[in-house]
Design a binder for this molecule. Structure first.
Ligand SMILES: Nc1ncnc2c1ncn2[C@@H]1O[C@H](COP(=O)(O)OP(=O)(O)OP(=O)(O)O)[C@@H](O)[C@H]1O
Ligand SMILES: [Mg+2]
Length: 256
């Protein structure tokens, strides 16, 4: 398996605060790679640096053979790397289906091209079929015509994944996909993610606090504390690493 996402010594400083300190990670293609760490350890900031939301202060981010360091989020999205946010951001007034359609490219987006493009309608139909297919893959096929505002927390997370898929993503970064959802729904979300990895060949880079639920799905784990990567390896190895146990116990929680 080749490395799809590589962060090399990425540092992000907010004035005096070093939120991420020379963090290096490799996300191999077609894996579920998990990033764990206590609150404020720099997980979201590292993902933000990899996906263009933030520009690293120093270091390099590679996606395949492309150096994407400092690229804008839409440029990174265009090369197949998408992300969800810790708090889902759907277009709440639109239906579930329209949210997915809205994330797809369509010649109709440009009024100048749309009037000249005879296949615009065909493309709309194709997109519609693909969107319904994607909703089935994430378990939202029955909710396709509901307003996204009516979805529960777990369904909103899956809508984020569906939007990522509809853009033709190769790699999806998920920031706490099971945060705030009940245990049964959390399993359901991760089972869909696992199926997408196995059946569609997708790669997932996942930040998660609920390690006990997420770890069985992970192929590889990185642990962060105070901006540093403190441990990496297969889940069992990282979760039993004394350094990892110590940072969690120091914060009054156990890794699993
Ligand atoms: N835009 C910002 N400006 C200033 N400081 C920030 C900013 N974003 C994050 N920080 C700080 O950087 C550190 C790392 O924050 P980050 O959000 O990356 O942590 P996290 O590991 O994702 O935490 P959580 O598990 O709570 O989501 C924290 O001390 C946070 O307060
Ligand atoms: Mg975070």
């Amino acid at each position: 398996m080749s490395d799809l996402l590589v962060a090399e010594k990425v540092t992000k400083k907010f004035e005096g605060l070093v939120a991420v300190n020379e963090a290096s990670i490799k996300v191999k293609e077609n894996t579920f790679t998990m990033l764990i760490g206590p609150n404020g350890s720099g997980k979201t900031t590292l993902i933000n640096c990899c996906t263009g939301i933030l520009k690293p202060t120093s270091g390099r981010v590679m996606l395949g053979d492309k150096d994407i360091t400092g690229w804008k989020p839409h440029q990174i999205y265009d090369v197949g790397f998408v992300r969800s946010f810790q708090i889902p951001l759907p277009f709440i007034g639109l239906t579930v289906l329209d949210n997915v359609l809205g994330a797809m490219r369509n010649v109709g987006e440009s009024p100048f091209k749309a009037t000249k493009h005879s296949s615009w309608m065909d493309q709309e139909e194709e997109n519609m079929e693909r969107a319904l297919d994607i909703l089935e893959k994430v378990g939202l096929e029955k909710q396709w015509d509901l307003p996204s505002a009516s979805l529960g927390a777990a369904q909103l997370k899956m809508l984020e994944v569906a939007k990522g898929l509809s853009s033709g993503a190769k790699i999806i970064a998920l920031d706490e996909p099971i945060g705030g959802v009940d245990t049964a729904s959390a399993h359901e979300i991760l089972s869909h993610v696992d199926a997408l990895k196995k059946e569609e060949g997708l790669t997932f880079f996942v930040v998660e606090h609920r390690i006990d639920i997420a770890a069985p799905f992970a192929d590889y784990v990185y642990a962060m504390d105070l901006g540093n990567i403190i441990s990496e390896g297969p889940p069992n190895q990282v979760l039993t690493d004394p350094k990892v146990i110590e940072v969690y116990l120091g914060k009054g929680v156990e890794p699993c």
